[in-house]
Design a protein around this ligand. Structure first.
Ligand code: BTN
Length: 238
């Protein structure tokens, strides 16, 4: 039985579906509420960045979960990757990448999980380039972006698939969530850079921890665990 996706508020335009879902959460909306939009005037990404999507080009959805699981960011990433096909990979913590043969992988979806732990709810915000014409993007984003190449009116079907996918992944025990995530891991074995305060650090990504942190081996052989909320992977890796 369907537990997510109702009530569903669809807006032709909104500042940010995450903002609207947060308001609804604070006003007592039930577990499973979703907000979708054709256009966001102030779509938000991780690390304070903007999320840009021309009208009708993308699946823009925010889902309210009450009593969210600890591994929610990973669960969301697996669920989105599933609907993007077997080639989709996840760049920690939850960017979804797609590649064409001979080309570097590019971002097809981003996920912004925001919560209010003291009230025991979280919002999963997904921006998925479903029907995006890459030529509509600013130059600096175009080469790093991918699209599913669907028609705009196929977004409703994609939303159904996403909701089902999240429902299924939420039912997995943690060890299976970690295993599913590892199968799609785009970073393991890659040299990565990140900012720790003002200093840039480098190391080799070596998987994720049981709590979903990124494990990185430093040059001296020691291992550190990076937390998604604290770490900003350097621009070259972004
Ligand atoms: C990222 O990759 O930085 C995360 C992007 C998340 C964008 C989605 S679009 C729907 C929802 N509403 C927002 O304002 N942001 C998320």
């Amino acid at each position: 039985m369907r537990s997510l996706g109702s009530p569903h508020l669809h807006l032709s335009s909104v500042d940010s579906t995450n903002n609207r879902a947060r308001q609804l959460a604070g006003a007592g909306a039930p577990h499973g509420t979703i907000v979708t939009a054709d256009f966001q005037s102030s779509g938000r990404g991780r690390q304070g960045r903007d999320w840009i999507a021309p009208p009708g080009s993308s699946l823009l959805v925010s889902l309210l979960l009450r009593q969210p699981p600890e591994l929610l960011p990973l669960i969301a990433a697996i669920s989105v990757a599933e609907i993007c096909g077997p080639a989709a990979r996840i760049k920690w913590p939850n960017d979804i990448l797609l590649g064409e043969p001979g080309k570097p992988q590019a971002k097809v979806a981003g996920i912004l999980c925001e919560g209010r732990p003291q009230e025991d709810w979280a919002i999963v915000g997904v921006g998925l380039n479903a029907a995006l014409d890459l030529d509509q993007l600013p130059d600096e984003l175009r080469s790093r972006s991918a699209t599913l190449g669907l028609e705009s009116d196929q977004r409703a079907q994609l939303l159904e698939a996403l909701v089902s996918s999240i429902e299924s992944t939420l039912r997995l025990p943690n060890d299976q969530v970690l295993a599913a995530w590892k199968l799609r891991d785009a970073l393991t074995g890659q040299e990565i850079g990140w900012l720790a305060g003002d200093s840039e650090q480098r190391g080799t990504a070596s998987g994720i921890s049981e709590s979903g942190g990124l494990l990185v081996v430093l040059e001296d052989g020691s291992q550190v665990e990076l937390n998604a909320g604290e770490v900003h992977l350097a621009a070259a890796e972004d």
